[in-house]
Design a protein around this ligand. Structure first.
Ligand code: HEC
Length: 146
């Protein structure tokens, strides 16, 4: 007589054991990665909301929109839409420092970086309305817009 069905099952289980453990480990690692990325995404969206409300409090949205789709048709906006700012600067080294300084000190009144895309007037200094570290946080957020 051959081995009992029960013994066969036990043998089968042990022969599959490494495979099963590997799958379990993969599932655990998968869930771990998912949990971490969900947490990071959540932390990021909290930061984005913070940056947005800092920008709102500093009055940036008086002149800027986030997307150029928010601009009225045919009317040049006062300041460039921030998605366009991101597109223009995000791959440039030192962009965050450069833009933070312009936000705090204002743009050059005699030479616009946004000819034909914005009204062409200069941005006034915003240092009265926002701290340097908040300005930097807003700029990082602007550069993350897609
Ligand atoms: C009174 C209107 C006004 C306000 C308020 C304002 N901006 Fe601007 N912003 C402008 C204009 C106009 C430009 C375009 C400057 C140029 O033509 O080079 C600009 C440009 C920018 C740029 C791109 C700079 C460059 O050289 O390309 C950034 C980034 C920016 N603004 C961020 C901000 C932030 C952050 C705030 C709030 C703290 C803010 N702006 C408030 C009018 C404004």
């Amino acid at each position: 007589m051959g081995p009992e069905p029960k013994t066969l099952m036990v043998q089968f289980f042990f022969s599959m054991y490494p495979q099963i453990m590997k799958s379990c480990a993969q599932i655990i690692v998968g869930f771990g990665a998912l949990a971490i990325s969900t947490t990071l995404a959540f932390a990021q969206s909290v930061n984005d909301e913070q940056a947005k409300s800092k920008a709102a409090k500093a009055g940036c949205f008086v002149c800027h929109t986030i997307s150029h789709r928010d601009n009225k048709d045919g009317v040049l906006p006062v300041g460039p839409a921030w998605e366009d700012v991101s597109k223009q600067y995000r791959d440039k080294p030192g962009a965050a420092d450069f833009l933070t300084r312009i936000v705090l000190e204002g743009s050059n009144p005699y030479s616009s970086h946004w000819k034909n895309k914005a009204a062409g007037i200069a941005m006034p200094p915003n240092a009265v309305a926002i701290t340097e570290s908040d300005a930097r946080q807003v700029v990082y957020w602007i550069l993350s817009l897609r």
